[in-house]
Design a protein around this ligand. Structure first.
Ligand SMILES: Nc1ncnc2c1ncn2[C@@H]1O[C@H](COP(=O)(O)OP(=O)(O)OP(=O)(O)O)[C@@H](O)[C@H]1O
Ligand SMILES: [Mg+2]
Length: 336
């Protein structure tokens, strides 16, 4: 079965082809980072317009590269939410128009389910699993007994982990998105020079909070002679990353213990973080849990994860009609 995936929930226009016989055949991503860089974050209206300009040419390009027409496809999968509604609507209307024109089945995919199932593009997933979803808009711990069944056990009370990376980077004058430069600079950081909070560790719930971290970083930076030296920046990056990773892993493994799972997974853009991947592997090994990190290209937004998730839905017989709507927020829900 050949499924075309479309992802336009935020600032990446992505189109991919998943073939259930051979795997991901294409995963094309047109990034809008340059467009939004001057504004220090994504400008929703600009994102929608850029999707509108880029999406159909990328679909055409993919079909040409694969020597296919729409009629050769078996289905279409489109991110329906959560995300920026204007941006989502561009993908959704395009998906509906293509499905109608070529008489193809269409399924709407929850973006976070896409991030979670991106793990299956790297290796077969082992169940029951505990998944740590850490992205630009989400920090959640999700129990997953099988594909299509999800139970959110907890999440952030304020900022998402990706937001914590992005806001710290902004304070340090680093480019957006902030995760990749912090990941890189933290490797040259001095352990022990700063100490940032890891709140709510004793809270019985599975909850995170990153707003205090942002304040602690700001106060530490303000106390330093200006402009900051390169070493100052590396040291702040080091401790910020350690504080975030400690907070995340304490909850992930607490939840894993509660539910007696066989495996743990990372999902979303922050899953590309080198230190998070390394520490998760160490902690999983200590507890005898299965863990394989997802390939980095499938961590941040991409349509391969949407095409694959679409195949799971279509293969299970699920279909959406042309009344499929977009949604700005909401937890991933069970559909099987
Ligand atoms: N190596 C890295 N280390 C830490 N964070 C990273 C790394 N690479 C990317 N990120 C972070 O990942 C986030 C982007 O992830 P993603 O594309 O999944 O978010 P989003 O789609 O905007 O949000 P959501 O998936 O919640 O809707 C950004 O906050 C970015 O800083
Ligand atoms: Mg995302």
């Amino acid at each position: 079965m050949k499924v075309l995936g479309i992802e336009t929930s935020c600032d990446d226009t992505s189109v991919a082809l998943y073939d259930s016989e051979t795997g991901v055949a294409e995963n094309l991503i047109s990034s809008q980072v340059e467009l939004h860089n001057n504004f220090g974050g994504v400008v929703p209206e600009l994102a929608s317009r850029a999707h509108l300009v880029n999406l159909l040419p990328i679909v055409d390009h993919l079909l040409q590269r694969q020597n296919l027409t729409l009629k050769d496809l078996d289905g279409l999968a489109v991110t329906a939410g959560p995300g920026l509604v204007g941006a989502l609507l561009v993908g959704l209307s395009t998906g509906k128009a293509l499905a109608m024109a070529a008489d193809l089945p269409l399924v709407g995919i929850h973006h976070i389910e896409g991030h979670i199932l991106a793990n299956a593009l790297t290796a077969d997933m082992v169940f029951p699993a505990m998944v740590l979803v850490v992205s630009g808009g989400h920090s959640e711990v999700i129990y997953m007994p099988e594909v299509g069944r999800y139970e959110k056990l907890g999440g952030t009370l304020d900022d998402a982990a990706g937001e914590a990376f992005d806001k710290t980077a902004k304070l340090l004058g680093l480019p957006y998105p902030g995760g990749p430069p912090i990941d890189r600079l933290a490797r040259k950081g001095t352990p022990g020079r700063f100490s940032f909070p890891r709140p709510l560790q004793k809270d019985p719930r599975i909850v995170f909070s990153f707003s205090g971290l942002k304040t602690a970083v700001r106060l530490a930076v303000e106390k330093l002679p200006q402009p900051l030296t390169e070493q100052d920046v590396c040291d702040v990056c080091y401790e910020t990353q350690e504080a975030i990773v400690d907070s995340l892993l304490q909850r992930l493994f607490k939840a894993a213990r509660l539910k007696h799972v066989k495996s743990v997974y990372l999902a979303g853009g922050v899953a590309a973080n080198g230190r998070l991947r390394e520490r998760t592997a160490e902690e999983a090994q200590k507890r005898g849990l299965h863990f394989i990190p997802p390939e980095r290209v499938y961590c941040t937004d991409n349509a391969a994860m949407i095409a694959y998730a679409g195949w799971c839905h279509l293969d299970a017989g699920r279909r959406d009609g042309l009344d499929l709507d977009s949604f700005p927020r909401g937890t991933v829900t069970t559909w099987r």
